[in-house]
Design a protein around this ligand. Sequence first.
Ligand SMILES: Nc1ncnc2c1ncn2[C@@H]1O[C@H](COP(=O)(O)OP(=O)(O)OP(=O)(O)O)[C@@H](O)[C@H]1O
Length: 819
Amino acid sequence: MAESIYSKGTKVWLEDKEHGWIRGQVVSCSSSSLEDGLLDLVFVDERGKELTMSATLKEIARNAARNPKKHLPQLSNDDIYDNVDDLIKLPHLNEPSILHVIRNRYESHKELYTYSGIVLVAINPFTDVPIYGQEVIQTYAQTAEKKRNELDLSPHLFTIAEEAYTAMQRDLKDQTIIVSGESGAGKTESAKYIMRYMASMKTNVSDVIHEEAGSSGTSVEYQVLATNPILEAFGNAKTSRNDNSSRFGKYIQILFDSDYTIVGARIRTYLLERSRISFQQRSERNYHIFYQLCQGVATLSESERARFGLDGLRTDLTDGNSFRYLATSASSFRIDNVDDAANFTATRQALSVVGIDSEKQYSIFRLLAAILHLGNIDIQHRRDVKDAIIDSKTDSALAKAMDLLGINAEQFARATTKKVIDARGEKYESARTVDQAVGVRDGVAKFIYNSIFDWLVRRINESLGESRGTGITSEEGSSEGEHRPETKFIAVLDIYGFEHFQTNSFEQFCINYANEKLQQQFVSHVFKLEQAEYAQEAIDWTTIDFSDNQPCIDLIEGKLGILALLDEESRLATGTDDSFIDKLNSQLKSPSSHHKAIFKDHLHGNEAFTIAHYAGDVSYNVEGFLEKNRGTVPDEHRDLLMGSTNEFLREVVEVGFNVGIDNHANSHPHTSKGANAKPDGMLSPRLGGTAHSNEPGKAVSGRKPTQCSVFKSSLLTLTEALQQTSVHYIRCIKPNETKTPWAFDGSLVAAQLRACGVLETIRITSEGYPTRWTYGDFAERFVDIRYSFLRLKNRHRRRPVLLLFPHPHLLQISSHHGT
Ligand SMILES: Nc1ncnc2c1ncn2[C@@H]1O[C@H](COP(=O)(O)OP(=O)(O)OP(=O)(O)O)[C@@H](O)[C@H]1O
């Protein structure tokens, strides 16, 4: 009966342009209209503004008003629910009610965290909040074995960390905490707090939490925490959205022995943003390490600077800085409250903590300096001729870069300006244009940087995994046959959330693909849990339908999907971005294509394609797709790099060339105990029909793994790994665009809740039993059972209520079942 939903006094949410939603109530509900069954509903919002709508009972059941043609207002909860710590406790679970609780807790109670069933929603405070200290850690650490709803503690990251730790011991199962959210939402900070919690909950070392980078400590905990400043220095940069934005995804496994004490860590990384090396948007920066290096050596003597490969140049971060790769960000050389020189010291100390000694550090910094010099190589063209030239006799940047890299300058200049074409066994040279040569030069710089990053991850893994007897064997299989202690791990996945910008490129495409995969896993996990709960409570239920994003995943990774077409085009010498989009359109938009609903027409010409993602439509501009996907260097440069006299460079690029080529099985997280497991944690694609070679850099017969094939394979590995662990979810939310402490923009937050699946979870829950109370709650709230039934019937006539008992014994009140 419609009157039971809307009757005089019913509290509702009314849409409001300024606030998104505003509370109101029904002031009149009458059937005065001549039309049979038509109700006139009058609502008044908190400011006294009146709204009249009319609808039939059937329309009310569909939540559609006839006049004006709109959705009817959604029901609001009583004030007593304004500060609930778990959204699932809300009698009316809808978007405005959820937003209201999260906003109220954040703005009025300074509570950052709210549960939404199995998910912890975390709102970034954009200011320091004293809730992560050692005392707080100890408080949460003493809650083992207690269920959330038995605790008198606010929701917290530490509850999730403690639940993971307890579940690992109880179920003898690996755990993963997935931290997601958009850039600047607080993923990395949350991941760090979780790692610190793990590192200090079992120790009484109260200063662990304060000292990570730069600590002189040598305990495993210190070493695990020291990975943070290293990864941040080499993998984070200032962007327009976040001064310390991670430009890669990471999966950090904290390894425990049979006493559940930390014995090491293991890191996997995903898709470092390479394009940043040679170009940054205005107000953004290159990777922090370059500024740390420049500032770190700025005060040194010339001879000392020579050890870093930066003698004879202005390195201070002013407009006069000598490096082109840093110059595009000249307006944002410095970040407020960040001391690059001090951070350089911290990075060096952290490198030492994970076992990378000073000599190796100099080797790394000299390669970084070489990258900066590479960017300064002058590539010109002769008058009236387009062909690129580099003056190898006079170009001092070339000389400096090649000296550091141990490569012959003339050969490098020639390989960069001329391309060797192999025509039916005969080789001849053809000139590159200036743009092409610049692209090759920058490509080499990006490749070396990415290789340094991969090498670092490998070294950290060797230092924190293999050497500690965690059961991870080395590449050489040194521990084969030895008995290693069993280990379990708690992993933190800190991965970029769904991205939708004005212009979206290859990076956004990969990121959103990853989010589709994770979303699919998340929704099916929530769905499974929901069904399991009903089964446990012995409820008579019919299967709930949930929206599946498999068609979108098929479009991307299917046999003739976007990734396959991109790879095909990337491998053709004649392939261009234009030919790629032509191929997409002809394959995916044909009348017979079953992808038509997901691969949509793009309104603005032929330079972009649009995908209907679960979180909304995104258009991807194809410019640069092929170059980014190829992601490697021409054969001639590969030979020069591998033939370098710089032994360390050879070691580093060998890692780079072999990413994606190593046997897929070797990189599987659960093969960590296998004889062939590699210590680097590199993620590798399964390349059909490819073969290994003993020659570094030429490991695959004619096929270099592309960036997207490496990424696809790494996602496959990741999702397989997630399936074998128990998963916990933290969704980080950015409450405003201006990074203002405690400011809450409702529509911005709602969009993120939608994109990270919180609203979808709630929809699934609402399809079943959206309201659930424990027996205790029930008794407390409705002492007079008869009275309570009447109230429940009125309040939830169409909303089934699930009452949870300590034991599977059910009292079920449901309109479906007419109880
Ligand atoms: N719990 C917190 N307490 C105080 N400040 C925080 C907290 N979480 C995040 N911040 C602030 O927000 C900034 C951005 O957070 P963070 O770098 O973790 O975002 P992110 O989601 O990892 O972004 P990206 O995807 O760009 O790496 C931090 O530098 C910090 O200033």
